[in-house]
Design a protein around this ligand. Structure first.
Ligand code: IMP
Length: 179
């Protein structure tokens, strides 16, 4: 696995520091409010697990699973709902927790979906952001770290189902997907 890595783009130390700051801000902003964190599977589960432990107010949580990539490094542009959330978000504040915002299509779709269910608010928190790749306009309320237009793996992010367990955000050696 190590041989497939080109370089470490964002180290676990840098991520942890930023997540601490985000957790603090979220705890202040949502104090006294009914907050539901919705992690976007599969990639977002690592970030959600780290982020929720930096939040000091009571929160509920759930997961939604969508797919837009298949086994490729390019998005298909079609967002397929694989698993919906189980809890009722009507009258609650929703914070979508995502690993990475790329084209923005997934989050635009999810925000629209949740907004049809009567929440008090729907906001977005992402660990990583690739703004240069955006295809649709989307407000990111809590942004972790901005990265360049490179395909990344690790910290929950995969290529063809692998590398999610790498603790740092790394670039994938082109030889892996050129073969
Ligand atoms: P978007 O809909 O184009 O914004 O893509 C969102 C999802 O695509 C992310 O949550 C990731 O799961 C996946 N994705 C986007 N860029 C990368 C990448 O560089 N590596 C791995 N997955 C990615």
């Amino acid at each position: 696995m190590q041989g497939d890595i080109e370089e470490i783009l964002v180290s676990r130390e840098v991520l942890n520091e930023r997540i601490r700051e985000l957790g603090k801000r979220i705890s202040q902003d949502y104090a006294g409010k009914d907050l539901v964190l919705v992690g976007v599977l599969k990639g977002g589960f690592v970030f959600l697990a780290d982020l929720m432990r930096e939040i000091t107010i009571p929160v509920d949580m759930d997961f939604i699973s969508v797919s837009s990539y298949g086994n490729s490094t390019k998005t298909s542009g079609i967002v397929r709902l694989i698993k919906d959330i189980d809890i009722n978000i009507a009258g609650k504040h929703v914070l979508i927790v995502e690993d990475l915002v790329d084209t923005g299509l997934t989050l635009k779709h999810l925000k629209e979906l949740f907004n049809t269910r009567g929440p008090l608010s729907v906001k977005i928190c992402t660990a990583l952001d690739k703004p240069s790749r955006r295809k649709v306009e989307i407000d990111i309320d809590y942004e972790g770290i901005e990265i360049p237009d490179k395909f990344v793996i690790g910290y929950g992010l995969d290529y063809a189902g692998k590398y999610r367990n790498l603790p740092d955000v790394c670039t994938l050696s082109p030889k892996v997907y050129m073969d």
